[in-house]
Design a protein around this ligand. Structure first.
Ligand SMILES: [Zn+2]
Length: 136
């Protein structure tokens, strides 16, 4: 997974600055681009709170889930990896698409639109049990 800081070091014409386009003093490293940028964080928090209601959201918990497949546990309401993986992978895919559409095509990042697209994709996902999407 590329990040803007890395892209800037190799292809400065494509990425003239290593800083986040929304946070001008923050290096756009992988953690920032994937999780911590405020508009991205809003998406993760919304998706997480809806799909994993019994597991408190933390950026560290999300980072470990994305990078190590270590999913947070919150007994007695543990969530199966069969629910974690499709939700996290679908969310990351949509965030990544939105990020690069913004970077290369100046498409604004609108968290509410992206959240709708994620949930719409999850409704048709064969990987996710229907019961977790009942109220969408
Ligand atoms: Zn940012």
């Amino acid at each position: 997974m590329a990040n803007l800081s890395l892209l800037h070091s190799f292809l400065p014409n494509l990425a003239p600055t290593p800083f986040c386009s929304f946070c001008p003093t923050t290096h756009a490293d992988l953690f920032h681009m994937a999780i911590a940028c405020p508009s991205i964080l809003k998406i993760w928090e919304s998706i997480w709170e809806y799909h994993f209601i019994y597991t408190p959201f933390t950026t560290n918990g999300l980072w470990l889930a994305l990078t190590c497949l270590r999913f947070p546990s919150h007994p007695p309401y543990n969530t199966s990896p069969h629910q974690w993986i499709p939700v996290l992978s679908t969310t990351l895919l949509h965030i990544w698409r939105a990020h690069w559409a913004h970077h290369f095509d100046a498409v604004p990042i609108r968290p509410s639109i992206i959240i709708q697209a994620i949930n719409a994709a999850l409704v048709t996902s064969p990987m996710l049990p229907i019961t977790s999407l009942d109220s969408i």
